[in-house]
Design a protein around this ligand. Structure first.
Ligand code: ATP
Ligand code: MG
Length: 136
């Protein structure tokens, strides 16, 4: 069994999709083993998104992620890292397939940043790193 970091980004919270997203996680059979709501600081985001620092969209990404509270969760289950990314759909919500969270619920851009509702770690290594960052 694996663990992964799941975020509901500010657009998901503002648009009142928290219940809908948690319903999908629970229906799939993943367990939420920890949950909290915080407003991320710029220094946390610089660590979380370290591979994106310096990209043209990075200032917009930080602005978007600091635009409101974020729901932070640890999800647990068999193959939850890749399974949660399948539930999320691809990064660009315009291209994400119907039936996925981003495909069904995402649409907008905030400047150059895609507003795509949710985040999930992309590997065992990044899951460990990100859980450590968001849950000291
Ligand atoms: P996340 O890491 O948020 O789960 P992801 O793994 O699907 O999403 P990444 O490539 O890690 O996508 O990008 C992190 C975030 O940066 C994206 O969710 C998106 O908000 C933003 N982003 C990434 N690439 C671009 C881009 N080319 N233009 C605008 N925003 C982008
Ligand atoms: Mg990513």
């Amino acid at each position: 069994t694996e663990r992964t970091l799941m975020l509901i980004k500010p657009d998901g919270v503002k648009r009142a999709k928290v219940g809908e997203i948690i319903r999908r996680i629970e229906n799939k059979g993943y367990q939420i083993v920890d949950i909290k709501m915080i407003r991320p600081t710029e220094s946390l985001l610089n660590l979380h998104y370290s591979e994106h620092v310096g990209k043209p969209y990075y200032p917009s990404l930080v602005n978007y992620m600091m635009s409101g509270p974020v729901v932070v969760m640890i999800g647990e289950g068999t193959n939850v890292i890749s399974g949660w990314r399948t539930l999320m759909g691809e990064t660009n919500p315009t291209k994400a397939a119907p039936g996925t969270i981003r495909g069904d619920l995402g649409r907008e851009w905030d400047g150059e940043a895609m507003m795509n509702i949710v985040h999930g770690s992309d590997s065992v290594t990044s899951a460990k790193r990100e859980i450590g960052l968001w849950f000291d």
